[in-house]
Design a protein around this ligand. Structure first.
Ligand code: AGP
Length: 615
């Protein structure tokens, strides 16, 4: 998704904008641009491709400017060319945008009739000309007052999603923005104000942030911000301090962010557990987990909505939550859930799981659930995210900033938070006694060190990758909770190495997919010693009988499985309850090393964005 950055203050250099845009690269992009406003006018530089292309033009920008905006574009309307890169200009207006203006065609036709000349294929340029048109139409008031009124008129005409960065040559020390549907945060430091698509862009300049809500216009000046609703009512919202550091966003000596973040699985789990479980009593701290305000005792059912990897974490948690809290749990793809007839009521808890907290499908799904009367909980990794603001309650996964587009440590943190929600339900509904609660808490506390042990498999899995990276297709199978683990493993392989991979519930093989098995097909089989072990072994036999190759993931001392498999990844012994945390790690490493071997862009795979804020 596009990245937006803006600055107003004593002075920012071209490098400030470029570095801030670099912190947003993980959002995915294909072109970029910067505009800087000085008393001599505005200078705009844009470039197709990676930021390194834009960097070559920095010397054409002013040495410093009091106001400026920057953008990384993930093309929606119009090819990724310099001409379509943001920002776009119309008279005194220079504007950039993250989102999609769905009614841009009608607006464009109206503006062409009024004589506006379009130089790009983008919907964004429509907004620039429209704002220019409305600004020109206003004859009374100061330029700033006319800009504010023109913005109010424009946002009421737009349909779709937008987060703007806007400068006007006639108000040389003011930055404007408006937000609907796309993420936008404001930062503030002494005598400086910032806007950005995400806090990672600004953490080296300030820790003071506030989230702009849908339907708000922001006017930023040096060290001063004003927020108003689209209909002009003032909005007052406090800044909050975010404890993310620059170091947390660097690679820390790892070759890729993704490898660093796989190695941060243990920390992400430990941080998400911290403060939320009392080991001696086995009790769950509801307030710290963020669920204290929810009617956990009287709920009749739970629905979980998510996308991608978050959906697999949710699917995994279903098994655990149903088993400990004895409450029905339905898990739905958010993109499907939001269009289906709702069956929720005040006794339904709908949980939105999202690393970014900005995924459009998940946001719309949880909004529809809340509108239908459900209790809502956000399990998110970014503090103050849009999805969190849309819910009654927020349970933060404490994985820290996840930069790699492929989600890894956030998955582990999501699983941790969701399992804790399961224990919180069990505690409040008394479906587990204190000894049982204590057992699970003791098992959860063991996970970080067990995952740490799994990370020691990295070198052996790197060697395995040399035998699998040239495959054109791969199957993943698992039973019970290992089925969503298989789904997650196949997604990681697909999105990182571009190898086709599919995952099946192992019991489904005989109902069709086994037709795919021959000597050219390899199958990753998740076969830990769980309740499904014997049946999974039978599946492995069926595959081998048809010439398929087996890469088995199972307990390190399982000689029988090692004998049966062509390749084997041994995980440490652990209780069945926490197996999914353990079996996921080898699959993340497997996908990573195959991608490295194939030379794909591990941290920013083609066509993907870290946060899909469009539908
Ligand atoms: C996961 O590796 C992918 N990047 C993608 O499936 C992601 O999980 C999905 O887009 C949901 O994102 P979210 O967790 O930020 O909502």
């Amino acid at each position: 998704m596009c990245g937006v950055i803006g600055y107003v203050g004593a002075g920012a250099t071209p490098s400030f904008f470029l570095n801030a845009l670099r912190r947003l690269e993980y959002r995915g992009y294909d072109s970029a641009g910067i505009a800087m406003l000085t008393q001599d006018g505005v200078v705009i530089q844009r470039a197709e491709g990676k930021l390194s292309q834009l960097e070559r033009k920095l010397d054409k920008l002013p040495a410093t400017a009091k106001v400026g905006i920057g953008h990384t574009r993930w093309a929606t309307h119009g090819k990724p060319t310099e001409n379509n890169a943001h920002p776009h200009r119309s008279g005194p207006i220079v504007l950039l945008h993250n989102g999609i203006i769905e009614n841009y065609r009608q607006l464009k036709e109206m503006l062409v009739v009024k004589g506006y000349e379009f130089l790009s294929e983008t919907d964004t340029e429509v907004a620039a000309h429209l704002l220019h048109h409305e600004y020109k139409n206003l004859t009374s008031g100061t330029p700033e007052q006319r800009m504010r009124e023109a913005l109010r008129v424009v946002v009421r005409q737009l349909k779709g999603a937008f987060a703007f960065g806007i400068i006007c040559l006639e108000t040389p020390e003011v930055l404007y923005s408006a937000k609907l549907g796309s993420p936008l945060v404001i930062g503030q430091a002494d005598g400086e104000s910032f806007l950005a698509s995400g806090i990672t862009a600004l953490v080296e300049h300030t820790r003071q942030f506030l989230v702009v809500e849908d339907g708000e216009i922001v006017v930023l000046k040096a060290g001063q911000i004003e927020i108003e609703s689209f209909d002009g009512k003032p909005v007052v919202r406090p800044f909050s301090r975010v404890e993310w550091s620059v170091a947390m966003m660097e690679k820390g000596g790892y070759r890729h962010f993704m490898l660093k973040e796989i190695h941060e699985h243990p920390l992400a789990i430990a941080q998400t557990l911290s403060g939320r479980v009392q080991r001696d009593s086995g009790s769950i701290n509801l307030a710290d987990l963020g669920v204290g305000s929810l009617p956990l005792k009287t709920l009749k059912r739970v629905q979980i909505v998510a996308c991608g990897t978050s959906f697999y974490a949710a699917s995994l948690s279903k098994y655990f939550i149903e088993s400990v809290a004895r409450i029905p749990v339905e898990v739905d793809l958010a993109s499907e859930y939001r269009y289906r007839a709702s069956t929720v009521d005040e006794n339904t808890l709908v949980v939105a799981v999202s690393q970014s907290g900005e995924t459009a499908d998940t946001l719309q799904a949880i909004k529809s659930a809340r509108a239908a009367g459900a209790q809502t909980l956000a399990v998110v990794n970014v503090p103050g995210s849009t999805i969190a603001h849309a819910c009654h309650a927020e349970s933060l996964t404490k994985a820290g900033p996840e930069i790699g587009v492929a989600s890894t440590k956030a998955f582990a943190a999501q699983l941790t938070a969701l399992y804790l929600v399961g224990l919180a339900l069990a505690q409040e509904r008394e479906t587990l006694n204190q000894a049982e609660l204590r057992f699970y808490v003791d098992e959860f506390v063991k996970i970080p060190s067990l995952v740490e042990k799994c990370l020691g498999l990295s070198e052996s899995i790197e060697r395995l990758a040399n035998r699998y990276h040239q495959l054109s297709s791969l199957l993943f199978i698992g039973r019970g909770p290992q089925w969503p683990v298989a789904l997650e493993g196949s997604l990681k392989l697909k999105e990182l190495s571009y190898i086709h991979a599919e995952a099946y519930a192992a019991g489904e093989l005989k109902h069709g997919p086994i037709a795919l098995i021959d000597e050219n097909m390899s199958v990753v089989c998740l076969a830990p010693r769980d309740a499904y072990y014997e049946k999974t072994l039978s599946n492995i036999e069926e595959i081998k009988a048809r010439g398929g190759r087996i890469l088995a993931v199972g307990q390190e001392n399982d000689a029988q499985l090692q004998e049966l498999a062509d390749d084997f990844i041994g995980i440490p012994e652990c209780s069945e309850a926490i197996l999914p945390f353990i079996t996921t790690v080898p699959l993340h490493l497997f996908a990573y090393w195959i991608a490295v071997r194939k030379g794909t862009d591990v941290d920013q795979p083609r066509n993907l964005a870290k946060s899909v804020t469009v539908e």
